[in-house]
Design a protein around this ligand. Structure first.
Ligand SMILES: [Zn+2]
Length: 161
């Protein structure tokens, strides 16, 4: 089993469906059917344990058994390798585009925030202008009422005479 070492480099888990016979591994866990994507065995399925290659040596399990007994061969083998590479390229491209899209939405979020801040600024400016007007009105009222008071006082003083 010289290939049992390299199969973990490229593999994809197949959803554990009831279509597969339940196989128990060495550590008595239910073995998953996984697809290998190695150069030697592209697309070939095997039973694998979730404990395979575990760092904890006690939990590690080296159970391995091919599900597809036949090896990939001939032009199908090459076609699968080609398809694997194309899929990988497309995956990379999609990941690239995803990051670009997320950075774009992020920058438009920033624009929105800036716009909101600008609007807040304008609102504050208007408030300042209004407060200035109010304070000048109040000043006028104070000045005129003081003037009125002086006038009334003067009249009262004068009427005493
Ligand atoms: Zn196991």
């Amino acid at each position: 089993m010289s290939e049992s070492v390299d199969f973990q480099s490229v593999q994809s888990e197949i959803s554990s469906s009831s279509n597969y016979n339940v196989v128990r591994c060495n550590c008595n866990r239910e073995a998953n059917v996984v697809r290998a994507w190695t150069p030697k065995n592209p697309g070939r399925r095997f039973y694998g344990c979730s404990g395979f290659g575990a760092r904890d040596k006690k939990k590690a399990c080296n159970f391995f058994r091919w599900y597809d007994l036949e090896k990939p061969h001939g032009w199908q083998h090459l076609a699968l390798l080609e398809a694997r590479d194309i899929i990988q390229e497309q995956k990379d491209e999609i990941a690239d585009l995803r990051t670009k899209v997320s950075s774009l939405t992020h920058s438009s979020e920033l624009e929105d925030k800036l716009k909101k801040k600008g609007e807040e600024c304008e609102a504050l400016k208007r408030e300042v202008v209004m407060l200035r007007e109010k304070s000048s009105v109040i000043r006028n009222v104070v000045v005129s009422s003081v003037g009125f008071g002086v006038l009334v006082g003067g009249i009262m003083v004068m009427s005493k005479w």
